[in-house]
Design a protein around this ligand. Structure first.
Ligand SMILES: [Zn+2]
Ligand SMILES: [Zn+2]
Length: 389
């Protein structure tokens, strides 16, 4: 790095230059000085012609020699950090980003080290996932111990995302088919199967779908993991086919029937509720336990299809309330639980013939709902149009 304007003072002696600088910083006018000293430069660049300032105590980290800076102009004097540089390698001091060759090289080395470390970390992760898989797959499930609920969950998951070669359960997030009505239901279903070790983390799952700490898998993203079904390999294909085309011969006991039916019905009502709220621009994050218990109560007396009627009406009223009465959206959403309960109680007390709604075209029936009502209960659409029971 050279001072490209320095030669403009080459006709002056060192003493003259010292004097010129002194007068410059004493605020004498640039144009007068330029004229008097006969310098060929624009007014604003005068200070650039001055000899560089040497910083004896600041050595270049690469060349180990003192660094330099330009002389500050009067106008910028004292208000910003001066840029110090090495004359030999152009390295800059006091800057946020130096692009000298040495710094560039250093940065590259650092990046390579980081990349290497990341690679090592990923290799470690692959090892841990594989070891976990090998360990867990030593205890495959015996199909005889599966409950109807287990079979329903497994069947729904397999139908949604089993790979073509029957080997893997692809990540739910990558599949168009709808496993269950709501996100929460999907997550619960996967977590339940995972907890019972009916499904294992596949050795080829995406590395960022799994969280590893201290040589152990401590957490995972249920929607993003590739799983493998953990069943006896002897009749693997036959067992898979049986689970896919669930054929339950045994009678489902009425308690379990009500539990699963209610679970699916509630989830379908929530899906419809969220869809309608989105239509009216109401935030769904305010929906909590109060609304859920209102829906549970209403589902004891009316079908999912009839509850869609209550939901649609209540959301419409909440949106109107918000617009007309200038209340907050949160307040509007808070009226939904009460609205659904009131509709239900009124319809009950006055013996209304509540008109059932059909499924929303944009929200088709989920796989778990299809399997439960078509294959297990064998009641088809009645699961939607009749009261749980
Ligand atoms: Zn240097
Ligand atoms: Zn540098």
């Amino acid at each position: 790095m050279k001072n490209i304007y320095q030669y403009k003072l080459s006709h002056l002696t060192t003493e003259q230059i010292q004097e010129l600088m002194k007068r410059y910083y004493n605020n004498e006018k640039n144009n007068l000085l330029i004229e008097e000293y006969n310098i060929d430069i624009r007014n604003s660049l005068l200070s650039k012609t001055f000899p560089l300032k040497e910083h004896k105590n600041t050595l270049c980290p690469f060349c180990n020699i003192p660094m330099f800076s330009y002389r500050e102009s009067k106008s910028t004097y004292n208000w910003h950090k001066e840029e110090i540089f090495c004359k030999k390698c152009s390295h800059k001091h006091n800057v946020n980003f130096c692009d000298c060759l040495n710094c560039k090289k250093n940065k590259q080395i650092l990046q390579e080290i980081q990349l290497q470390e990341e690679k090592l970390l990923n290799n470690k992760k692959i090892e841990i996932i594989l070891a976990t898989y090998i360990d867990e797959s030593k205890k495959p499930i015996d199909l005889d111990i599966l409950t109807i609920k287990d079979k329903l969950y497994i069947s729904a998951l397999l139908r949604t995302s089993l790979s073509e070669d029957l080997e893997y359960i692809n990540p739910i997030s990558s599949i168009k088919l709808k496993l269950a009505p709501t996100q929460k239901y999907k997550m619960n279903l996967i977590s339940d199967l995972r907890e019972k070790q009916f499904i294992l983390f596949s050795p080829n799952t995406a590395l960022d779908s799994i969280i590893v700490e201290d040589e152990e898998i401590v957490s995972y993203y249920p929607m993003n993991v590739t799983f493998k079904l953990n069943i006896d390999l002897e009749d693997y294909e036959e067992n898979i086919q049986n689970l896919l085309h669930l054929n339950i011969i045994e009678d489902i006991d009425s308690e379990l029937k009500i539990e699963l039916w209610s679970e699916i019905a509630l989830s379908e009502c929530l899906e419809f509720l969220y869809a309608k709220m989105e239509e009216y621009n109401l935030p769904i994050d305010y929906i909590g336990d109060k609304t859920i218990s209102a829906l549970k109560e209403s589902l004891k007396h009316f079908s999912t299809s009839q509850n869609f009627n209550f939901i649609w009406r209540t959301v419409k009223n909440a949106a109107a309330f918000y617009q007309k009465d200038k209340i907050s959206k949160k307040h509007a959403v808070n009226t939904i639980a009460g609205g659904i309960l009131r509709s239900c109680e009124k319809a009950k007390a006055e013996n209304w013939e509540v008109k059932g709604y059909s499924r929303d075209y944009n929200y088709p029936q989920s796989i778990i709902s299809e399997i439960f009502f078509d294959n297990i209960l064998e009641i088809g659409d009645k699961g939607f149009t009749s009261v749980v029971g």
